[in-house]
Design a protein around this ligand. Structure first.
Ligand SMILES: Cc1cc2nc3c(=O)[nH]c(=O)nc-3n(C[C@H](O)[C@H](O)[C@H](O)COP(=O)(O)OP(=O)(O)OC[C@H]3O[C@@H](n4cnc5c(N)ncnc54)[C@H](O)[C@@H]3O)c2cc1C
Length: 304
């Protein structure tokens, strides 16, 4: 049951931040409400004021410049359908297409997803792999943080109470990048999400080599984490040999995972799953680099 609250509908970020600063602990930013209203109904959060950010100017913009900038108020559905996102970062559009269900995608926002910092966020895992950063605004001005700086732990971010997330920004990797996001789940939220991006040199499919690799592991760690040992192992590997090295890199990624027992499974199970799914994600990325559609036939698995 929802307790009564006052809904504020500011038109500018400055107005919204001033409200948050003035109302302090009694207020919370409110976007799609898919997380916030659930917690309020359960009585786990009891803000007496909600500051609706959906009408804040610029929050629903997607800006396509040197960097691609996605406003905090942009819904997953808009990301999925955006021509700019599809052209500059197709993996982002594809990941958005598989967030939750269509009801969540229609109202849930990119900013709400990241600010909530659920360890099961697909977006945080994807953006970590893509070296994205977030912009925050407060009465003290604007600042930009990398995803790793912003997400500090389960449901914990570097955001101050009077700060709003305005956008997430990234420089799309070159077209020669091979990328994949593989997620597995039997519950409402994913059990595991793996993002892989491999920057290949331009010497053609047959002779291409990995010049830079990113692997981010989501869901099983306290917050999404890169796998630097596995990334280093992939550097310099020829695309034609990726299949041989994928198992070794996956084992390194699994060894780096900080897993714990919970309702999604035991720590050991999750570590094993990381090994299996990093291998699958690398295979999917390698298949794409060769112009082949990746295999997506595993139960409860999505290859984005
Ligand atoms: C059934 C279900 C399935 C889901 N499945 C997935 C999934 O597969 N993958 C995945 O990644 N996610 C999943 N989610 C999470 C979903 O993506 C988020 O619920 C959604 O994006 C949150 O956005 P929102 O606008 O509804 O946030 P809200 O609920 O409005 O807000 C969430 C939190 O962020 C704060 N907040 C909101 N906007 C801002 C802002 N601009 N600045 C600062 N703080 C802000 C709020 O105060 C609140 O604490 C699922 C959720 C549900 C309910």
């Amino acid at each position: 049951m929802l307790r009564p609250f006052v809904l504020h509908r500011p038109r500018t970020a400055e107005e919204a931040c001033a409200l948050l600063a003035r109302l302090g602990e009694d207020a919370a930013p409110y976007a799609g409400g898919t997380e916030l209203l659930l917690l309020m109904k359960l009585g786990l959060l009891r803000p007496r004021h909600l500051v609706d950010v959906k009408r804040v100017a610029g929050f629903d913009d997607i800006a396509d410049g040197v960097r691609l900038s996605i406003g905090a108020g942009v819904t997953h559905r808009t990301v999925e359908r955006s021509a700019a996102v599809q052209a500059r970062c197709p993996l982002m559009a594809s990941v958005a297409r598989h967030v939750g269900n269509v009801r969540v995608r229609n109202v849930g926002t990119v900013g709400g997803n990241l600010a909530f910092a659920d360890p099961h966020s697909d977006l945080a895992t994807l953006f970590l792999a893509l070296d994205a950063s977030v912009e925050l605004v407060s009465p003290r001005g604007r600042r930009e943080l990398t995803l790793a700086e912003f997400v500090r732990g389960p449901w914990e971010t570097a955001r101050a109470a009077d700060e709003l997330l305005t956008s997430v920004r990234l420089t799309p990797w070159p077209a020669s990048t091979a990328a994949a996001f593989v997620k597995f789940g039997v519950h409402e939220r994913p059990t595991l999400g793996i993002a892989v991006a491999l920057r290949l040199d331009g010497s053609g499919t047959g002779r291409a080599r990995v010049v830079d690799a990113r692997i981010a592991i989501g869901c099983v760690n306290p917050c999404p984490a890169r796998a630097p040992g596995a990334e280093a192992r992939l550097s310099g590997v020829a695309l034609a040999e990726l299949e041989d090295v994928a198992g070794e890199a996956a084992a390194l990624a699994a060894a780096s995972a900080d897993t714990a027992d919970d309702l999604y499974g035991s720590a050991d199970y999750k570590r094993e799953m990381v090994a299996v799914f990093v291998r699958r994600a690398l295979r999917a990325a390698a298949a794409r680099a060769r112009g082949v559609a990746p295999v997506a036939g595993f139960p409860h698995t999505i290859v984005a």
